[in-house]
Design a protein around this ligand. Sequence first.
Ligand code: HPA
Length: 246
Amino acid sequence: MADLAIIGGTGLTSLKNLEISRREVVHTPYGEPSGALTFGRLCDREVVFLARHGYGHTIPPHMVNYRANLWALKYAGVSRVIAVCAVGGIRPDLLPGSLVIPDQVIDYTWSRDHTFFEKDLTQVTHIDFTEPYCTEMRSALIEAAQAAQISVASDGTYGATQGPRLESAAEINRMERDGCDMVGMTGMPEAALAKEMEFCYAVCAVCANWAAGRGEGDINMTEIKANLSRSMAQVRLLLEQAIEHC
Ligand code: HPA
């Protein structure tokens, strides 16, 4: 049985070296996940893959059914999750193409279904979110990067925005003052729901562009796609190496 899942973000709708054994459509009490779960072997380990935005990359960040995705993974027997997320870099070292393993998150999203603990409760539940990400999984990713000689930034605060529009320069300035090092649209509520589900969950963030107002000119989708596709070879390598460490 696969206890490890990989959630692919923008630029990662499939895992090239995954030997696929089966696909399963899971219907959940929270509705439909982004797609069928793909089961297979990657580097001799059973894993489950799910493309967050759907296999055709058609579901925008604010429409992803995060609860259904995580519920489906739990149902499949998963306990550990590596999530890949595209971000814009705010901190000066997070230039396009770089990889970062965030250690904190600030949530600016709104009106997303963000908890499993809302109806039919026997008691009100508040999960601890002091450390949003699983320390063990973060270390596994950082060690895997070192072993594969892949450069990763080993900390950073992920600011999760609502999207689907990108941010204004003033919003990014405010986020920087708040302590955000990177900005993305999918980091929340996924991390909180993963914590509610008691998954060991960590993010590998891929810098697709400079955040608004930090680079030259407008943020250009062609450039974002080009940066992501250049970085995905490294992400795949990191995932394959990490599988041995987690
Ligand atoms: N902002 C929000 N989400 C993103 C960005 C960005 O600049 N780049 C990639 N995902």
